[in-house]
Design a protein around this ligand. Structure first.
Ligand code: NAD
Ligand code: UDP
Length: 320
């Protein structure tokens, strides 16, 4: 495998930091670009001494000049509470950020991968979700800054491919969890694990019958790298995620069992536009990337519980 210089935007975040690490292990030079909006220095501290790793503090809504061989565009807050905190900035990151990164890729004539999302399907009426489904998205709801921002980014990637023959790659990522999730990002897996480890009430929004499919981080990153390695004519979008589907109540019960917690389950109101069901059809990923997830939910949760248990001991302030 020839050595490349690879730019990872959002490289200090949950998925980005793990991607940087995996690309370094594969003998590449990695440039991590991040404005630390939701990312954490602690995620990449262990990489800072590596001579093949560089960190640039930069907001991708502004142009960036760099000489690289590939770009993974992950920069964007991903959890509902984070992307709803400054919705205008979320749209700018999705749209202006995509334009800036696509412009860089166009000048260099290099491959660029977009971390898109299952949120482009909105509250889906087709189940499981196939890539040909156009989705059911509220354009003016609380989630729309992210959903429509990501949809517009997909449009931009497709336009650069059609108009400039740029080799783009779009992956639609379904709920992914694992070590290095931000403890305060309000996502269901991190919330429930932290609540369970501290014997606090487990907060189910709504009646807990809504479903999600949870993919372990390592499986996800493997699929992303495989996508980047496909020939130029493979543009996607391709769904990546774990097709195992669980209700939120089942997730809560599994986490209580695995942690041996004394937590009680309580109900809180369901946020608006919360999708009722979500499960990827991964036939395309299987066929084109020869990939499918290998980590069962209980195994991935056990590793994630170990991580948060350690984090609570090492840095309780960070978990508040
Ligand atoms: P994260 O919030 O941990 O990471 C996002 C990173 O982007 C952070 O380090 C943040 O500081 C950085 N960032 C945000 N805005 C920026 C900007 N304008 N300029 C530079 N850096 C910026 O989230 P994550 O879970 O690691 O998600 C990474 C990507 O994957 C996101 O694009 C997200 O939409 C996508 N995704 C994630 C999931 C999931 O379940 N984790 C699901 C679907 C899609
Ligand atoms: N959720 C919940 N309790 C929590 C956090 C989330 O019941 O403490 C629910 C949320 O309403 C949604 C599901 O869990 O139905 C997944 O939420 P998350 O924010 O992790 O991701 P997304 O909704 O973007 O899939």
């Amino acid at each position: 495998m020839s050595k490349k210089t690879i730019l990872v935007t959002g490289g200090s975040g949950f998925l980005g930091s793990w991607l940087c690490e995996k690309l370094l292990e594969r003998n590449n030079d990695v440039i991590c670009v991040d404005n630390f909006y939701t990312g954490a220095k602690r995620n990449i501290l262990h990489l800072l001494d590596n001579h093949h790793f560089e960190l640039i503090r930069h907001d991708i809504t502004f142009p960036l000049y760099a000489e690289v061989d590939e770009i993974y565009n992950l920069a964007c807050p991903a959890s509902p509470i984070h992307y709803q905190r400054d919705p205008v900035q979320t749209v700018k990151t999705c749209v202006h950020g995509a334009i800036n990164m696509l412009g860089l890729a166009k000048r260099l004539r290099i491959k660029i991968l977009q971390a898109s999302t299952s949120e482009v399907y909105g509250d889906p009426v087709i189940h499981p979700q196939v890539e040909s489904y156009w989705g059911n998205v509220n354009p003016i709801g609380v989630r729309s800054c992210y959903d429509e921002g990501k949809r517009c980014a997909e449009t931009l990637f497709n336009c650069y491919n059609m108009q400039c023959a740029l080799p783009v790659k779009i992956v639609r990522i379904f709920n992914t969890y694992g070590p290095r999730m931000h403890p305060n990002d309000g996502r269901v897996v991190s919330n429930f694990i932290l609540q369970a480890l501290q014997n606090q009430d487990i907060t189910i929004y709504g009646d807990g019958s809504q479903t999600r499919s949870f993919c372990y981080r390592d499986d996800l990153i493997e699929a992303m790298i495989r996508m980047m390695e496909t020939p130029a004519d493979v543009t996607g979008p391709i769904n990546i995620g774990n097709p195992g589907e669980f209700t939120i109540l089942q997730l809560a019960e599994t986490i209580i069992e695995l942690t041996g917690s004394r937590s009680k389950i309580i109900r809180q109101s369901l946020p608006s536009d919360d999708p009722k069901q979500r499960k990827p059809d991964i036939s395309k990923a299987k066929e084109i990337l020869h990939w499918e997830p290998v980590t069962p939910l209980r195994e991935g949760l056990t590793k994630t519980i170990e991580y948060f248990d350690q984090l609570l001991k090492e840095d309780p302030e960070f978990c508040k």
